[in-house]
Design a protein around this ligand. Structure first.
Ligand SMILES: [Zn+2]
Length: 351
């Protein structure tokens, strides 16, 4: 029973169910075989060969041709060797490994950029096909003088130059959703999510402002025109696709992945669809969630159907916010590029 006055209701008790009667399409497999260009398989590698073979069964059932593992090295607790032994060597066509930079190098003092570039060259010689940069760059990593290290810091330039020479892409994550940089009050659209994950709140204190990180990202990509960049999560600025679109127009070496952002795209379906049609050659399919069938299927449904107002997650209180999403019914030529062709073009050794 609810209290008599609406003023006494609790948010947790308000769980409205939609009365809309609409067409629903279940999309079990993508229309074209897909490459998941953004995932973290450290946990699966740690579990061993049986977990890997279960993952392959799931990939087969979901029409996933290959998966990029961004956890191959420092910070993910699985080494490149383990990833090579359990993923790449037994299944060379199914897994793609990205080297994770070792930020402990910064503590070793001057010349850290050169040393990290040398690490990258060695990792590529051993089988890495790209490099991943975690969002801690720009938020938490400090230089030997104790100052926050920004993504466009000149001392890191050797890493990006090396990636350009090696012909491998840099997949980087800068910042996080816009609301994570806002005060934590009743106007914050991610309030419920941030209440569960206070460590994702980057407002005030030592944290840079969101705009500062976006400007650093733009300078980084402009400064290395011969390096291919894949900006995770649509430059972390899916809330402003105009901004992302302008940066893509200005920087032919920039690409984006849609991982962990279909929820945001799906609540702005007209703008999102126009964005995908305009930048069809520059967007990579990716998950960045635990490999689970239901989750991939929502993503396929979002990309392929014109279904309206459907839940993006299971459960009455979806993690990112209380909204539903709309499909963007992409045409076949765009789906082919987004699902696999763009990843195959940008990542060496991928067919
Ligand atoms: Zn990720």
């Amino acid at each position: 029973m609810l209290p008599q006055s609406i003023d006494d209701w609790k948010l947790k008790d308000f769980l409205p169910e939609s009365e809309l009667v609409l067409p629903e399409h279940q999309v079990d497999r993508p229309r074209f075989p897909a490459i998941d260009a953004h995932n973290h398989l450290g946990g699966i590698v740690r579990q061993g060969a049986e977990a890997v073979s279960r993952l392959l069964d799931l990939m087969d059932s979901l029409g996933l041709r290959a998966m990029v593992n961004l956890d191959a090295g420092y910070g993910s607790a699985v080494s490149l060797e383990e990833c090579l032994r359990l993923l790449k060597e037994p299944y060379p066509e199914r897994f793609i490994l990205f080297h994770t930079l070792n930020w402990k190098r910064v503590e070793e003092g001057e010349g850290f950029g050169e040393r990290m570039a040398a690490d990258l060259r060695e990792a590529v010689a051993r089988g890495a096909q790209g490099v991943k940069i975690h969002k801690s760059l720009g938020l938490r990593i400090r230089d030997p003088q104790g100052r926050l290290l920004m993504p466009d810091d000149e001392r890191l330039a050797p890493i990006f130059a090396a990636a350009g020479e090696l012909g491998i892409p840099v997949l980087y994550h800068v910042a996080d959703p816009r609301a994570f940089f806002r005060p934590l009050d009743g106007r914050n659209e991610r309030l419920e999510q941030l209440a569960r994950h206070p460590d994702w709140h980057f407002y005030g204190g030592d944290f840079p402002q969101f705009e500062v990180l976006m400007e650093a990202q733009a300078r980084l990509v402009r400064r290395h025109p011969n390096t291919t960049f894949i900006s995770a999560h649509l430059c972390s600025y899916v809330e402003n696709l105009r901004w992302v679109s302008d940066l893509l127009d200005a920087c032919p070496n920039l690409n984006v992945d849609l991982s962990a952002r279909y929820e945001e795209l799906g609540r702005q379906p007209y703008t999102a669809r126009r964005f995908f049609l305009r930048h069809a050659d520059r967007i990579l399919f990716g998950a960045d969630f635990e490999p689970e069938a239901w989750h991939y299927r929502v993503l396929f449904r979002f990309l392929e159907t014109d279904d309206e107002y459907f839940p993006y997650a299971i459960g009455p209180r979806p993690q990112k916010g209380r909204w539903r999403i709309y499909g963007i019914f992409l045409p076949d030529d765009v789906l082919r590029k987004v699902y696999a062709e763009n990843a195959a073009r940008l990542i060496p050794g991928v067919r």
